[in-house]
Design a binder for this molecule. Structure first.
Ligand code: SR1
Ligand code: MG
Length: 403
């Protein structure tokens, strides 16, 4: 019998005992210390350390209520989904995700590699640090985890078994509500809109029926296009970065959905980093951000086509012209979902610190208008976005128009 045979929400000392009991990495009699370092909206994260040996691990546990809101309750199965996906992704994209040592479905907890020699990318970007490897690494991660889980590459019955294994209805519902519904109507009364932009938001988001139609299409594509095993929440708070290394974590929103959702989230979150840099007058950083957004799209395209040519197994998918056509659709989705991420983080319930910490109210209101105008261009004209420069041109037009 162990006290971890029944679920309870762990405190720091419990997490230390848990790591000692479940893992064989600490020396016998080690004095383990633990501290809660969680920063996300959902889970509890403990760093467990043995100062004497210098060894440390991360224990991550899913609580029954969410941290962001005690009223919101989501299945703790999300911890299994996250753990199994990180194990799978270690195979698809080795070295680009944390190593999972073990997980258990009783405590709804996993123990994983401690990446505290990296920095949470959102916070590093808010210090205007640049990451020269980021575009290369994130495109390797996306192409390999996305394309290798599609019907293009996988045997179709095996792919369908994966769709079933990673069905994730409750976390998907959060996205369907917070990303693809509420920002356009405030139907749940939990949008957060700056008073200075209230009229602008009413006109540009709540009253624009042409926009609502495109959002409805994107929402139903999100729910029905079981294209690839997507991360589902690929923002810069789901990435650990070091100058020479990038690790993507936290795929608890993962499910089979449109791969453009992941690529679009990366682009939108680079634009949030620009918002912060611009408000601080960090011009070189802003230039790096926009150059990186261009590189992410262009490298993604190049690696996608190379991987498609090398790894496609479906006979019809190998038809000349199909890869380019498939990629064109992914880029249109990328534009659309970059737009929905820009909007939901600007007016929705779960915002981003890059923007909310801009202290000068005028600069913040300006950044929010830039995000919304760029987002609308991306969504309404998404079939026209073909290159990295196209994405950044939309952002630079919004920079001028939002003044
Ligand atoms: C209720 S959870 C709010 C947001 O946090 C997560 O990271 C997802 O982005 C979700 O939409
Ligand atoms: Mg998260």
């Amino acid at each position: 019998m162990s006290r971890f045979d029944r679920y309870f929400l762990m405190k720091s000392q419990d997490a230390a005992d848990y790591a000692r009991e479940k893992l064989d990495v600490f020396p016998a009699g080690a004095r383990l210390t633990a501290r809660e370092i969680g920063d996300g909206n959902l889970n509890y994260v403990f760093q467990v350390t043995d100062a004497a040996s210098g060894k440390s691990v991360i224990v991550k546990q899913a609580g029954e209520a969410l941290r962001i809101s005690a009223e919101m309750r989501v299945s703790t199965d999300r911890n299994r989904i996250e753990s199994e996906i990180l194990q799978l992704q270690w195979g698809y994209a080795p070295g680009l995700v944390p190593k999972i040592y073990q997980y258990d479905t009783v405590m709804c907890a996993c123990i994983m590699e401690d990446l505290s020699d990296h920095q949470l990318m959102r916070y590093a970007l808010m210090e205007h640090k640049i990451f020269p490897r980021f575009a290369e690494d994130i495109t390797d991660y996306m192409v390999h985890t996305l394309l290798r889980t599609t019907d293009v590459v996988m045997e179709h019955k095996a792919k369908k078994a994966m769709v079933k294994r990673f069905i994730n209805p409750e976390l998907c519902e959060i996205t369907e509500d917070l990303v693809l519904t509420e920002p356009y109507n405030d139907c749940a009364g939990r949008n957060i809109v700056l008073p200075a932009n209230a009229d602008f938001v009413r006109r540009e988001l709540y009253a624009d029926q042409a926009l609502h139609l495109e959002i409805a299409k994107l929402k139903f594509d999100f729910m029905n296009n079981a294209q690839a095993l997507i991360h589902g929440d690929l923002h810069t708070g789901s990435i650990f970065a070091r100058e020479d290394s990038t690790r993507v974590f936290d795929p608890e929103f993962a499910f089979y959905g449109p791969m453009g959702y992941d690529v679009g989230n990366v682009i939108a979150n680079l634009f949030f980093a620009w918002d912060n840099g611009k408000a601080a007058g960090a011009e070189d950083f802003c230039e790096w951000v926009l150059g990186t957004a261009v590189a992410v799209i262009d490298l993604f395209k190049q690696k996608f086509l190379a991987c498609f040519a090398a790894e496609a197994t479906d006979l019809m998918a190998k038809t000349p012209g199909f890869a380019a056509c498939y990629l064109e659709n992914v880029l249109a989705d990328t534009a659309g979902y970059a737009g929905t991420e820009l909007i939901r983080r600007t007016v929705g319930m779960a915002q981003v610190k890059d923007v909310t910490t801009i202290a000068d109210p005028e600069k913040r209101a300006y950044a929010e208008r830039v995000n919304i105008l760029c987002a609308k261009d991306l969504i309404l004209h998404r079939a026209e976005f073909k290159t990295g420069a196209d994405f950044v041109d939309a952002f630079t037009c919004a920079i001028k128009d939002a003044v």
